[in-house]
Ligand binder design. Structure first.
Ligand SMILES: Nc1nc2c(c(=O)[nH]1)N[C@H]1C(S)=C(S)[C@@H](COP(=O)(O)O)O[C@H]1N2
Ligand SMILES: [Mo]
Length: 320
């Protein structure tokens, strides 16, 4: 459930920092400054029903793919799975909004038909049709923790397949060292893509070693059905030991390169968003201490774990 004290934070986005205070107060409707300290739910604050949030971004569940069989290694977590509606009503998807209520404006987005190009330094470049891709790879379900650099977290069942499987098919060339992920760019469906102050399309990158780690998934579903539009339908990256901004949504291209690619947030604000972006409680972001995290839905506050608790899988990739 959203609480009044979430209100100021839903604007606590990189963009908010660049807005003037006057503009910011106007955005949050002045009143939230008053409720922030109050503790109780303000009389005028009525949360949208869960059904509305979940139906807004729903896409057709075709065939027999979902729910997929849960991978036994990732069948349990140290915390409760986040309520689905709580996750669906609090999203980051800058193509649609700089606030969290992406579900309210996601309607025009059409995640089908869809193609994913896999190219660059590979022997067998290939463009997958989404249906074709779903037939080619075996979907499985995994429970993972997710951690946003804004210090909120969730625990969700993703459905997807290891990115390593896809990379194996296209046969990376010896010179390939990095993998670049590019999100969709259709301003007719996402007008913020016309905002020239951002280096669109949204793009991110990993080293090839990170991309082929056992943990790294391409997710096509969540909570036992296809991804809701606001979560990055029809396909997104999941790298759970990194801050969420590394995981591009609604991907159209995966490109192998020999040089570290420029990336979206790093280009906008290099001192705030580094390329590696591994979850680390000891390295504060200029605006958010990373020592603790707050779970969506319950508001529970927990200590942040190094590598988001995935050191066993990825610790060996890094010298420090
Ligand atoms: N294309 C695109 N991908 C994106 C983002 C975005 O704004 N655009 N936001 C990122 C951030 S900051 C986070 S925390 C996660 C949030 O995923 P969720 O909204 O499904 O929880 O998506 C990431 N992927
Ligand atoms: Mo994030």
């Amino acid at each position: 459930m959203s609480r009044p004290w979430d209100l100021p934070e839903r604007e606590a986005t990189p963009e908010a920092a660049m807005l003037s205070r006057r503009k910011w107060l106007k955005r949050i409707g002045l009143a939230s400054a008053a409720v922030a300290g109050a503790g109780g739910v303000a009389w005028w604050w009525k949360q949208a029903p869960d059904e509305d949030v979940l139906s807004a971004g729903q896409v057709l569940n075709q065939g027999v793919l979902y729910p997929a069989k849960r991978h036994e290694k990732f069948a349990e977590l140290d915390r409760m799975v986040t309520d689905e509606a709580a996750a669906a009503r609090y999203c980051n998807f800058y193509e649609f909004s700089s606030g969290k209520s992406v579900w309210q404006v996601i309607g025009p987005f059409q995640p089908a038909p869809w193609k994913l190009e896999v190219s660059g330094l590979v022997a067998k470049p290939r463009t997958f049709d989404m249906d074709d891709l779903l037939r080619t790879f075996n979907l499985e379900e995994r429970l993972y923790r997710h951690r946003c650099v804004e210090a909120w977290a969730m625990a969700v069942p993703w459905t997807g397949f290891p990115l390593a499987e896809l990379l194996r098919r296209v046969e990376p060339l010896p010179g390939a060292k990095f993998v670049r992920f590019v999100s969709f760019n259709k301003p007719e469906e996402a007008p913020r893509l016309r905002n020239v102050t951002y280096p669109w399309p949204y793009n991110e990158g990993l080293t090839l070693a990170e991309a082929t780690n056992e943990l790294t998934l391409l997710a096509t579903g969540m909570y036992g059905h296809p991804l809701l539009k606001q979560h990055g339908a029809p396909i997104r990256l999941v790298a759970p030991w990194k801050y969420g901004f590394k995981c591009g949504k609604s991907l159209v291209k995966i490109e192998l390169t020999d040089k570290q690619p420029a990336t979206f947030w790093n280009t906008l604000s290099p001192h705030e968003y580094d390329f590696q972006a591994n979850v680390n409680p000891d390295v504060p972001h200029p605006r958010w201490s990373q020592a603790r995290e707050r779970m969506l839905g319950t508001g529970e506050v927990r200590p942040t774990q190094h590598f988001n608790g995935y050191g066993e899988w990825v610790g060996g990739l890094y010298s420090t």
